[in-house]
Design a binder for this molecule. Structure first.
Ligand code: ADP
Ligand code: MG
Ligand code: MG
Length: 255
């Protein structure tokens, strides 16, 4: 049982134009076993929240806290965050030239567990997870994210999720660029992790489509760096019908 607590989080980013506030007081609690969806218009700060939890150096926390089981996440290195049980799948995953998927996964697993996984069970686990995600076995020998299609990048994220067995996963726009078949496969992977390990999920999405496959327990709407509204799955259904217009100032259209 783990709990990720975000309290009154204020985050700025430095640009050529100076320091810009992006998150203006975000409060959120995610426990293992729970699925939270963060929805909201483009540019509202959803990815900024994901990057901040991940420890991206571009984002500065000016006040507020993030803790995992009472431990200060903001004081942790990126590696320590992963070892503590956090998993972050970014909207735009980076390429790692010269590192194959299979070596990457093994290195990550070793770093997180503090010891190398036993070869035989590990090879079996990787094979069966890849099969679950309908991935070609040849994929394991490709370099991480190099020339991956949108769908392959997302499957690779979920493959990591299945094998690394984190406590809490932040998935930023895991649905973007997926056709319906890939969306189903990816959602099944997340749902398997929820069932098998009691994974807690923070699912960031602009669209309601993925929420038909991964049902959220809670829905939070982010607007201009704040949570503007919270509710259950019915809130996602309403957003599907109405969009985000009601949250935006009159006359402003979503960018
Ligand atoms: P969302 O994921 O909800 O679309 P983002 O968190 O990506 O929103 O962006 C929120 C706002 O912060 C946008 O106005 C965006 O331009 C700005 N922003 C985010 N990251 C950066 C960055 N690294 N440099 C400059 N501006 C940024
Ligand atoms: Mg966006
Ligand atoms: Mg985003």
């Amino acid at each position: 049982m783990s709990v990720l607590e975000i309290r009154d989080l204020h985050v700025t980013v430095e640009t050529d134009a100076g320091v810009t506030p992006i998150l203006n007081g975000v409060t959120l609690t995610i426990r293992t076993g729970e699925t939270h969806a963060i929805m909201g218009p483009n540019g509202s700060g959803k990815s900024t929240l994901a990057y901040t939890i991940a420890g991206h150096p571009k984002y500065t926390v000016t006040s507020g806290t993030i803790t995992l089981d009472g431990q200060d996440v903001l004081e942790m290195s990126v590696d320590e965050r992963a070892r503590a049980g956090l998993f972050l799948a970014m909207q735009y995953p980076v390429e790692i030239p010269g590192v194959t998927v299979t070596n990457f996964l093994r290195t990550a697993k070793t770093a997180i567990d503090g010891e190398a996984p036993a070869i035989r069970t590990w090879t079996k686990d990787v094979k069966s997870s890849m099969k679950n995600l309908r991935m070609d076995p040849k994929f394991a020998q490709r370099n991480v994210n190099e020339g991956f299609s949108g769908g392959e990048k997302k499957r690779h994220e979920i493959l990591q999720l299945e094998l690394l067995k984190p406590q809490i996963a932040v998935l930023d726009e895991t649905d973007s660029g997926l056709d319906v078949d890939a969306l189903k496969v990816v959602s099944e992977g997340v749902n398997r992790a929820k069932e098998e390990t009691g994974l807690g999920v923070l699912l960031i999405t602009h669209y309601t489509r993925i929420l038909r496959y991964i049902r959220p327990d809670y829905v939070h709407v982010m607007v201009a760096g704040r949570i503007a509204e919270e509710g259950g799955p019915e809130l996602a259904d309403r957003l599907e019908d109405e969009g985000y217009d009601r949250y935006l100032p009159a006359g402003v259209e979503e960018p």
